[in-house]
Design a protein around this ligand. Structure first.
Ligand SMILES: [Zn+2]
Length: 462
């Protein structure tokens, strides 16, 4: 939770000005300012964006110093009433707009003080992004500095060890993985900033001819100093923020307006829209993959447990198709109806799959791209249809092993499966039975020898 984040940081005495009034533009002034911004973006050859908490408040994550910010309320002895979890927060229009500007070469680097991971979740490549205060979804290796981005937040703050180890391959000996200890990436107030991210930020700001600051009151170093580097280079500074900032006297253009509103105008003027067409799967990006293990089996057959166990033993990446399905479903829910019932979601997913049977496989891979790009072994859980198996066989032919996990109805019932809430699809099941030659069948019943079967499966994969 974002609030527990604010609470978990050690006491910070330098809160700066909190709760300053929000300003607005007269509509004529706003029009002139927006036109000016469009011209500046078109003319700039190297543009950098600096973002703060103000661009994420629409995602339900409170800021620190705004009228309803964590520290503004704290001064009055109150707590924020809205507070979504990081896992459920979705990128705002501004996040997606920045991503679109980057794709179309209008924006070249983003520096963020936010830890909510929403820039990366909106599709901005990690190489174009410096997250100066960390990312709740990331772990970093103490030894090789490799970052792992998870689909769920790590749940620890202040650069503590998470108990996980690094699976990146060693640069000297590619057959060994690093095994360094992983830490969360969230800085406490006194921690030094991550060197690489800071260096990159300074370099981009120094060569930029346009620096746009969005949703930040620029009160914390080094963010308040970075735009000065652009100014030194003869570049311009734009500030889009509802409150006054510490750099107002230096800025070439100040717009007191919501970031989403400004971005909607700019994207419209640049003819960039948000068509979410399914992208084409590009297999050449995955040439490093040596093994793909597909796990299929009815609900409550122990698929997740076996998948996790296997991933640990093989240092493999574990991907769940159902996670991607849930993620896509949550996107179309309104903020208040996130926990809708499972049956609706399954119905929706079945309809989606009728149009495109491999849609969630592709989305899963695209979404976790950065995270798994280095690992040569992937375990894919939640395989439900023959089309999904065909998809992997078509793209990764010889590298695919198909594992069926079985458990008797008695055992499944004991594990919480009951026929009323059954989410298995008999039609798809019979399709699988007819068409698939399983590489391995794991009979996950209590009387069977779990370890023995596990060893056999690992042997088969190796
Ligand atoms: Zn490492």
């Amino acid at each position: 939770m974002s609030l527990s984040y604010a609470e978990s940081l050690s006491y910070f005495p330098h809160k700066g000005k909190v709760g300053m009034p929000e300003l607005s533009e007269k509509s004529d002034d706003l029009k002139i300012k927006l036109e000016k911004l469009e011209q500046m973006i078109r003319q700039s050859r190297h543009t950098v964006a600096i973002t703060g908490a103000g661009i994420s408040t629409d995602a339900g994550i409170p800021d620190f110093r705004g009228p309803n910010g964590v520290w503004t309320l704290e001064k009055r002895g109150e707590k924020p009433s809205f507070n979504t979890s990081f896992d459920k927060a979705l990128p705002t229009f501004t996040h997606r707009a920045l991503c679109k500007l980057e794709e179309n070469n209008y924006l070249h680097f983003v520096i963020s003080q936010n830890i909510d991971g929403l820039h990366h979740r909106s599709g901005l490549p990690l190489g174009k992004l410096a997250e100066l205060h960390g990312n709740v979804f990331a772990e970093e290796c103490e030894v090789c500095r490799a970052q792992v981005i998870h689909p769920k937040s790590v749940g620890s703050y202040c650069r503590k060890r998470t108990g996980n180890v690094c699976n990146s391959l060693k640069s000297r000996n590619k057959s060994l993985s690093c095994r360094g200890k992983l830490r969360d990436t969230i800085l406490d107030w006194e921690d030094p900033l991550p060197e690489l991210a800071l260096n990159m930020s300074e370099q981009h700001c120094a060569k930029a001819d346009l620096c746009i600051c969005l949703g930040t009151s620029l009160q914390i170093r080094p963010c308040r100093d970075l735009p000065r580097k652009t100014r030194k280079n003869g570049g311009k500074i734009v500030i889009i923020n509802l409150q006054k900032t510490s750099l107002d006297s230096l800025a070439d253009l100040i717009i007191h307006e919501r970031c989403d509103h400004v971005m909607k105008y700019i994207l419209g003027k640049l003819n960039l829209n948000f068509d979410e067409k399914p992208s084409v799967f590009n297999v050449s990006k995955y040439s490093h993959i040596k093994k793909i293990i597909l796990l299929s089996g009815k609900s409550k057959c122990g698929r997740n447990f076996i998948g996790k166990n296997l991933a640990e033993r093989l240092s493999a990446s574990l991907l769940h198709i159902n996670d991607s399905l849930k993620h896509e479903y949550e996107k179309i829910q309104t903020k208040d109806s996130c926990d809708t019932d499972k049956k609706n979601m399954i119905k929706w997913a079945e309809e989606k799959c009728r149009e495109d049977p491999t849609i969630f496989c592709r989305m899963m891979i695209e979404r976790y791209d950065e995270l798994y790009s280095l690992n040569p072994i992937w375990i894919i859980s939640d395989i439900k249809s023959y089309a999904e198996i065909e998809f992997f066989k078509n793209h990764f032919n010889d590298h695919v092993l198909i594992v069926r996990i079985e458990a008797s109805n008695d055992v499944r019932e004991k594990r919480g499966w009951n026929s009323h809430a059954d989410i298995d699809n008999p039609e798809l099941e019979s399709q699988l039975d007819k068409n698939v030659r399983w590489s391995f069948v794991f009979s996950n019943n209590e009387q069977d020898k779990f370890n023995e079967q596990m060893n056999d499966l690992v042997k088969l994969i190796n």
